[in-house]
Design a protein. Sequence first.
Length: 173
Amino acid sequence: MEKEIVYLPLGSSWRVQLYEEELLKSALIYGLKGRIINLSFPLNEDSFDHRRGQFNALVLLDQVQKLKPDSNLYMGVTATDIYVPKMDFIFGIADKETGCAILSVARLIYAQYEASSGVLKERVVKEAAHELGHLLGLDHCSNGECLMPFSNNIVEVDMKKPIICDDCRSKLF
């Protein structure tokens, strides 16, 4: 059986459902089949930091790992703001050892008009594909044209191309 990426909505599923097509496109960048679970999983209550008003992505990553029933890759997708210790926020996080990742679309919306625009949809494709690249063993890349550089802000996300560079591609196959 060929490995696939399974997307799990975490929290408000209707917000994640807006980006189903983009999530599936991110899998195609790597030639993988994607599947979205049409059931929303509640966010782990222990993951919310009241002081920060954000969810701890490491706790959510652990939650996805516990929900993972097979050897496929799994990405929890949420519309809530996430962080890891020592960082103000993150767009996503991946653990290639467990085959699990988290993607948040919360910070991909820079301005209200972008919520339904192609700009936001492209950001979702790029950041989902970025985390999927980590699940497939890729590290951050220094090529600004690639999907794999670290993005510290929305401008850096927008600068990326929705492709992986030849160097990264050679590490996959």
